[in-house]
Ligand binder design. Structure first.
Ligand code: SF4
Length: 249
């Protein structure tokens, strides 16, 4: 039976991007193929004893109390936890796949998502480089939140080619792009990301997200970046991580 390592399962308020404020169930998968300087989910996969650390699963949608589940989890167990966190309503709730990098688990997701789509809208939050996995899952997700990694902010190498291929693969779904901007951000990096999006479709929403937890860009720089991006894209927003202000998970 195929299983997957999951760090957390919880229901909370979406704190990023154009869907900020909505209710989401979040599945935070373990593992990432990048090491961004500003990462707020560092990847301590193993316990001191060498086993995979447990998954922290919220018990009910009304409180943030959690229990620990043995990792890795089966799809059946994952579905049970999602169900107990689901708030019934007139529209399908959002199920947000985050991490880490969820596309590292594309094989699991390809098997698990078809049954989930009857009940949930699937929101994929990704670092935007695994284009082959994106192609494989494109018909199984409703919305793609794609990061474009700015080298001067991440401290990592350039990923422009991979991001371009990824965005091409994601265009079959609804997609928006997000770029995290630190105080060290080179405006030329952001401009390159904006052009990469505009060359494909200028109506794709583009989110400039000031970094949390370390020195961010000054307000004038943010406004200048937004002004320049608006010259070639229709929808450019500056949105900070709201859940950190609200002190929710
Ligand atoms: S892609 Fe996301 S999870 Fe991975 S290192 Fe960067 S910020 Fe952290």
């Amino acid at each position: 039976m195929i299983t997957v390592p999951v760090d957390e399962i919880f229901a909370s308020i979406q704190g990023e991007g154009p869907y900020v404020g909505q209710r989401h169930i979040f599945l935070r998968f373990i593992g990432c193929d990048l090491q961004c300087a500003y990462c707020d989910t560092p990847d301590g996969v193993k316990t001191p004893e060498g086993s995979l650390r447990p998954c922290r699963a919220q018990i009910s949608p009304d409180s943030f109390d959690r229990e620990e589940l043995v990792n890795p989890l089966t799809g059946v167990r994952l579905t049970e936890v999602c169900e107990r966190l689901r708030v019934a309503g007139s529209v399908k709730p959002w199920l947000s796949l985050t991490g880490g990098e969820p596309l590292l688990h594309a094989e699991f997701l390809e098997q698990w998502l078809p049954a989930m789509r009857g009940t949930y809208r699937i929101y994929l939050e990704t670092n935007g480089i695994r284009h082959v996995d994106m192609q494989q899952l494109a018909s199984l997700v409703d919305l793609v939140s794609m990061d474009i990694k700015l080298p001067s902010s991440t401290g990592q190498r350039e990923r422009w080619d991979e991001h371009g291929l990824f965005l091409d693969a994601a265009l079959g779904s609804d997609v928006f792009v997000k770029a995290v901007v630190t105080g060290d951000c080179d405006p030329e990096d952001l401009w390159r990301a904006v052009r990469l999006v505009a060359e494909r479709r200028k109506t794709i929403p583009f989110i400039i997200q000031p970094v949390s937890g370390m020195e961010g860009p000054n307000p004038e720089m943010l406004v200048r970046l937004q002004n320049k991006a608006l010259a070639v894209l229709d929808d450019v927003r500056v949105v900070p991580q709201v859940h950190k202000m609200l002190l929710v998970p």
